[in-house]
Write a protein that binds this ligand. Structure first.
Ligand SMILES: Cc1ncc(COP(=O)(O)O)c(C=O)c1O
Length: 398
């Protein structure tokens, strides 16, 4: 059966993904199963999406109930599921961020943030950071750093500059009279779980206030509790002017959200932006249930506690094996940097029933569902321990 699935996808799907040799059709909590019934501990949440665990019963129930009522409802009409979700979302976002535009993905939420910043400031320039990832549609790609993603698609949207991540002085130097906004990930995900100095975000907030520039935070990967607060900016007591959310917000259904202050959003004109599917009732029902589950099960606190536990275990491995350079992150967003390419580690873990991601060439990235339990964490770490032991022995021999 699996071979048939692989053949069909290989024959027909655009070849833009590096495919793992694994078919997944079933998931529950932090466990996924392949076509042969073999189980895997999921330390990826499908790239940070399945924050409440795979197929959380309350999320599934909310989706099922909504499918009996209405599948689509354009933003030009009012809808119960959408209104309930918006009320819940605004209650957990940093105060002052009161007005949201609903779309379908992370990159779309960034696109809207850029249009909003230009409209609301009348300026055109943006400053992003080296190593950043904000998506791959043309506007978001203009901010994304990696040349591999950018170069084949030049020319991109003009007006973007990049400065070193974690350095507010270089940011200050880059701001000019035409800077509309700066965009930053509170922790860089894609390029290696890079955690900036503690005072970086407060310094950027102050800088933006002084210079009349908008602060856009891309919390697409860090948001919805992953780092041990609802949003990572809350570790630093700052509120951006615009926040981008996606991935985990609807536990796996496509949704992007851009939330801004009333003042910034008020500059938009009717028709400035729209989305046929954005804010559809099924995604909104899933997203509303996601917020309920995160609250009821204390998942934000669990992310902090389980994150500390996992980080402690991984730091133990870093002490044991010289091939591990560093373990870093916050909550359940953790990177383990090795002294070499991590492909062997990822494939070795997969063979032994643990799914992890890469981030850059040398970092093993872990973004497990927040519901992962201690037993599952211990089992995943034990697999990584075995792989690192074998890999270190191999490298010493070589
Ligand atoms: C920080 C960040 N921004 C933007 C995106 C783009 O999101 P999407 O793949 O939903 O377009 C991602 C996806 O990995 C991300 O991690």
């Amino acid at each position: 059966m699996s071979e048939d699935i692989v053949r069909k996808e290989n024959e027909s799907m655009a070849k833009v993904y590096w495919k793992r040799p694994l078919t997944i059709n079933l998931g529950k909590g932090a466990i996924l199963w392949d076509g042969d019934g073999k189980s895997y501990i999921d330390m990826t949440s499908n790239y940070g999406v399945a924050i409440t665990g795979h197929c959380h019963p309350k999320v599934v129930e909310a989706i099922k109930a909504q499918t009996e009522k209405l599948l689509s409802c354009h933003g030009t009409f009012y809808n119960e599921a959408r209104s309930n979700f918006l009320e819940k979302l605004i209650s957990v976002t940093p105060s002052g961020l009161d007005r949201a535009f609903l779309s379908n993905s992370g990159t779309e939420s960034v696109e809207f943030a850029f249009k909003l910043a230009r409209r609301s400031t009348g300026k055109t320039g943006f400053i992003a950071t080296m190593g950043c990832f904000h998506g791959k549609t043309m506007g978001a790609l203009s901010a994304t750093w990696n040349k591999k993603y950018r170069t084949p698609f030049l020319p991109l949207v003009p007006g973007f500059k990049h400065v070193p991540y974690g350095n507010s002085e270089r940011m200050a130097q880059a701001i000019d009279d035409d800077t509309a906004a700066i965009i930053v990930e509170p922790i860089q995900g894609e390029s290696g779980i890079n955690v900036p100095p503690e005072d970086y975000l407060p310094q950027l907030r102050e800088l933006c206030d002084d210079r009349g520039v908008l602060l856009i935070l891309d919390e697409i990967q860090t948001g919805m509790g992953r780092t041990g607060k609802w949003f990572a900016c809350q570790h630093h007591g700052i509120t951006p002017d615009i926040i981008c959310i996606s991935k985990a917000v609807a536990s796996g259904l496509p949704m992007g959200v851009t939330i801004a202050t009333e003042d910034v959003m008020s500059k938009l004109k009717m028709g400035d932006h729209s989305s046929t599917f954005g804010g559809g009732p099924i995604a909104c029902a899933a997203a509303g249930a996601t917020i309920d589950v995160i609250k009821e099960e204390g998942l934000v606190e669990m992310a902090a506690e389980s994150g500390n536990y996992l980080m402690g275990k991984l730091r133990g491995l870093a002490e044991k094996y010289r091939i591990v350079r560093e373990v870093r992150g916050r909550g359940l967003m953790i990177g383990m940097e090795l002294r070499f390419d991590v492909l062997n580690i990822i494939m070795g873990a997969l063979e032994r029933g643990v799914l992890v991601l890469d981030a850059g060439r040398t970092v093993v990235r872990m973004l497990p569902p927040l519901v992962i339990d201690r037993g599952q964490i211990d089992a995943a770490v034990s697999v990584l321990d075995q792989i690192l032991e074998a890999e270190q022995a191999e490298r010493l021999r070589g």
